[in-house]
Design a protein around this ligand. Sequence first.
Ligand code: NAP
Length: 286
Amino acid sequence: MKIGFLGLGQMGRGMAANLVRAGHEVTVWNRSPGKADDLVSLGATLAKRPVDAAGGEVVLSMLADDAAVEAVVYGAGGIAGAPALHVGHSTIGIALADRLAADAGEDRYVSAPVFGRPPAAEAGKLFVVAAGSGVALDRCEPLFEAIGQRSFRVGEAPSAANLVKLSGNFMIMAAVEAMAEAMTLAEKGGVPRGTLLEVLTGTLFGAPIYQTYGDILLEDRFRPAGFAAPLGLKDMTLADAAATRLGASMPVLGIVRDHLRALIAAEGPDIDWAAVALSVRRGAGL
Ligand code: NAP
């Protein structure tokens, strides 16, 4: 399929590479063009403007946040009005997803945020959460197969997928907070973090989220950031906006969002969101 890919950050690079490897004819664009070199070596074509990558059947975007997506769609050289079906993989708010869908028209915009960190993107093992019209989603299926291990259809309104993604990220952050608090408690009482983790992940908490983040907390693997704390704070803020819009009370969300703020203030932005554990430990005098 002739496609475009916009945004070659930590996630986008691996996703675009897997689309090239799957045999698609891929034109890529990134704000900082140097990041496209490896993909061009792999066989992709480099576009000068986002719209130059949106002349084929589908254009996929994987950008930092709402502001980045707005710039790439509605800014100079943006893809608004281009013929391609736009598949938005970025984690953005539900209001922007609704706007993109309304402006693009039926069958022309799909939200498809993903679960999985950069190594999963590189390995083509993401989970894709998609929403949009059935016709549009059918067209995307071979692309989702190239980037992910499984895709889910969660509704006709594209913003349904963003709501699922934001809910999931809130649950990840709440799980990390809970693990960090439990590990700190154990450590204060003389039980090594690793011992606690071994017991809990080997009994009641065997889910991938506890395994993956448990190891990160155990080894203090916070730099380089796989998922940077400012992106995590962005997601908690978007979840909060959704909660306000839909009238849902989420007290735990407020706690994890503030811990992310404190983490970024204390450590700077270039740190993984799991490093909220550092704030938790400091709060216990460790
Ligand atoms: P990243 O490495 O920071 O990459 C961000 C991308 O957005 C880069 O290509 C960057 O371009 C581009 N960008 C930022 N602001 C822009 C603007 N104003 N105009 C145009 N382009 C702009 O982030 P990432 O980790 O790949 O994450 C991308 C998205 O996936 C985010 O929405 C994130 O929440 C979501 N996500 C991340 C993970 C993860 O574990 N990392 C997992 C699931 C979902 P430059 O190269 O020029 O800076």
